[in-house]
Design a protein around this ligand. Structure first.
Ligand code: NAG
Ligand code: NAG
Ligand code: NAG
Ligand code: NAG
Ligand code: NAG
Ligand code: NAG
Ligand code: NAG
Ligand code: NAG
Ligand code: NAG
Ligand code: NAG
Ligand code: NAG
Ligand code: NAG
Length: 548
């Protein structure tokens, strides 16, 4: 189906008229049939690089030009890496010499502006409080470099990963402006990995990294027609990633295909002595082969649950097109050979009226922010704790206080008022509630009781319970809102939160460390439905690689 067309927005940008899925096997890619950067997969790029159709330098130039084309309308990228071209040139030289570090060798990736890099780029969480601050390389960034990837730039985000204000907007940061989604003009990009979502959706890099505390990878992937993997907390290091909560934060890939996400997860997962949660990775820290899990028959013979009572309790909050697509997806998964059973989250209703999860986040934030700030090697505003950060934010005009308040930090339930952090005995009581609502009464109990290996929900409903216990979720495109769907706007009347062509996804939720299984199921579902191709962004940069 074709999207609506908005001629006013088509100044220098092309409207994509058809999503041409190349019918050729990738081994026969050449200058005439190479896919566009909107559709290209990692396998295609690897083919093109190894057959000299283009170089990594060409890739960096093309993606940078695409970023510049949309930056003033979409505000997706806060900073380009000034070293990206020389890093790409080095990758090209190594390749010429016969050294290829892996599938990501020479491939541009964008990362969220809360993942530290020891280079010329800032790591700000979108706040002027950290502009100019310096820290070492996050373990995630180091792993990307070791895998040969080119860190092309930093993506905009909901400031402080949406953990500051209750009167702000998804995708807004003082430092990066307002990111917009691309499936409807002024689309709310969701958050908090907003720029990472939009960047992957329109091919501003092969893929991107986001981070999630509760929904910050899954939700922007949902509305940007993407695959997102929210890994088990501890599978990917958080060392020098600006934190909210050590119990819930996790870094993961956002890409157009399941296999691309698997490739990126492969590169960033693993033990890190600087993040002791990674010491819980099973099998002595050995990482499974996620890419080889991408098999079309993965759903054959497995038991898959549906959290039926969550749909019943929340059903009215989910729109009819999403529910319809979900029921269709469940039937398709059954037809692919899976046994479908109810897998209810038995304590879900109680969870909805319990406030402990907020206490956990606040307590973690107070402590984890302090630790992060103390790890800075240069701290331009001498901010060492949340009270000082609040004072800075109130006083710095571009932070738009008081209009964009700091209620999460200082409100009735805010971290400042709460006063105690995660070393306080009260923390453990609150955290036990999380473990119950996410565990026995939530996803982990449902999996165990029903002997299922994954539970399905529309992605709109999937983040919160998995967040409580740090269990993994993979989202895959499932459909989009129909052409006659009414436009709804956010409370500020600045962003479109519902409307025609806006995509939504299906979530596969699993036990801790079950990413390999979830990737397999997600791949099988993706390959049999290919819903990403059903709807197109209204705005896509038109600069492409010039092929040799
Ligand atoms: C590119 O590949 C396609 C499909 O294999 C083939 O038909 C075409 O002739 C090739 N073009 C060139 C320039 O090699
Ligand atoms: C984004 O756009 C602004 C305004 O056009 C420009 O000044 C800035 O350099 C651009 N940044 C990037 C990373 O492209
Ligand atoms: C390429 O290989 C040659 C010969 O081994 C070596 O001298 C040169 O430093 C290598 N270049 C790079 C970029 O690795
Ligand atoms: C990082 O911030 C500093 C200080 O504002 C600025 O001068 C520099 O250009 C920024 N780096 C990049 C890559 O934008
Ligand atoms: C990490 O270290 C903290 C503080 O020493 C401890 O409370 C926690 O249990 C450790 N976590 C793991 C997974 O080892
Ligand atoms: C799951 O919950 C629904 C109520 O929302 C109920 O109708 C259904 O029977 C439950 N399934 C099982 C297996 O308990
Ligand atoms: C946290 O959980 C405990 C135990 O279930 C409960 O008594 C308490 O009311 C909860 N606290 C909040 C703030 O909901
Ligand atoms: C931060 O502290 C340093 C050392 O005490 C001082 O020189 C500098 O002026 C302070 N900067 C700000 C913005 O307060
Ligand atoms: C929240 O933002 C809106 C839109 O800018 C503004 O009108 C309102 O005053 C803000 N609320 C507060 C409490 O500042
Ligand atoms: C925002 O936070 C303040 C302070 O906690 C609270 O009074 C207010 O009701 C909140 N507003 C919304 C819309 O949640
Ligand atoms: C759109 O809004 C109109 C007027 O409020 C209403 O009559 C119509 O049913 C709505 N359409 C949909 C698809 O909800
Ligand atoms: C560093 C950078 O390019 N920042 C841009 C982000 O977007 C804002 C507008 O929202 C521009 O003013 C900045 O130049």
């Amino acid at each position: 189906m074709r999207p609506f067309i908005f001629p006013a927005l088509l100044t220098t940008l092309s409207l994509v008229s058809a999503l041409a899925v190349p019918p050729y096997p990738s081994s026969s890619l050449n200058a005439t049939n190479f896919p566009s950067l909107l559709e290209v997969t990692l396998d295609d790029l690897v083919d093109g690089l190894s057959s000299n159709l283009f170089t990594s330098v060409d890739l960096v130039k093309a993606y940078s030009a695409r970023i510049h084309q949309v930056n003033s309308t979409l505000h997706v990228v806060t900073e380009l890496n000034p070293d990206a071209l020389s890093i790409a040139a080095h990758a090209d030289a190594l390749r010429k010499n016969g050294t290829v570090l892996g599938p990501l060798h020479g491939i541009p990736i964008l990362i969220k502006n809360n993942i530290g890099t020891d280079d010329l780029m800032n790591n700000t969480a979108g706040s002027f409080a950290l502009r100019g601050a310096k820290q070492g390389d996050s373990t995630i960034a180091t792993k990307l470099r070791k895998a040969g990837a080119v860190i092309l730039g930093k993506t905009n985000l909901s400031q402080w990963a949406n953990y500051r204000s209750n009167n702000s907007t998804n995708g807004w940061s003082a430092y990066g402006g307002q990111t917009n989604g691309v499936y409807y003009p002024q689309q709310d990009p969701s958050g908090s990995s907003s720029g990472s979502g939009v960047a992957s959706a329109i091919g501003l890099a092969l893929g991107s990294l986001g981070s999630e505390t509760s929904g910050s990878i899954l939700s922007p992937a949902d509305v940007s027609n993407l695959v997102g993997i929210k890994p088990t907390v501890g599978l990917t290091s958080r060392h020098l990633v600006i934190p909210i909560s050590e119990h819930q934060d996790t870094v993961g890939p956002m890409t157009r295909t399941v296999k691309d996400a698997a490739h990126i997860l492969q590169a960033i997962a693993g033990f890190d002595s600087n993040d002791n949660y990674t010491s819980a990775i099973p099998d002595n820290g050995s990482i499974p082969d996620y890419v080889s899990a991408c098999k079309e028959d993965s759903l054959q013979g497995v038991r898959i649950g549906v959290a039926r009572n969550v749909l019943d309790l929340y059903g009215s909050a989910v729109d009819e097109p999403v529910l319809e697509a979900f029921h269709q997806a469940v039937s398709e998964i059954e037809a692919a050979g899976a046994t479908i059973v109810d897998a209810n989250f038995t304590a879900f209703e109680d969870y909805l009226s319990d406030g402990n999860s907020t206490l956990v986040l606040n307590a973690d934030f107070l402590a984890n922010l302090r630790t992060y700030l103390s790890s800075l090697t240069y701290n331009p505003n001498n901010i060492t704790d949340l009270a000082q950060l609040t004072a800075f934010t109130h006083a710095f005009p571009a932070e738009e206080y008081p209009n964009r308040d700091t209620a999460i930090w200082d409100g009735a339930d805010g971290a400042l008022t709460q006063g105690w952090d995660n070393t306080d005995p009260r923390f453990w009581d609150a955290y036990q509630a999380n473990l119950y609502y996410g565990g026995e009464g939530g996803i982990l109990g449902a999996l165990e009781r029903t002997n299922t290996s994954a539970v399905l929900l529309p992605t709109q409903l999937s983040p919160s319970i998995a967040a409580l216990v740090g269990s993994p979720v993979v989202t895959v495109p499932m459909g989009f809102y129909p052409g006659d769907w009414n436009v709804t706007r956010n409370s500020r009347d600045t962003l479109v939160i519902g409307g025609p062509s806006i995509p939504f996804g299906l979530s596969f939720m699993g036990a801790k460390w079950s990413e390999r299984d979830l990737i397999g199921y997600a791949y099988a579902y993706e390959q049999m439905t290919m819903h990403r191709g059903d709807v197109l962004p209204y705005l896509v940069p038109n600069i492409e690689l010039s092929l040799k």
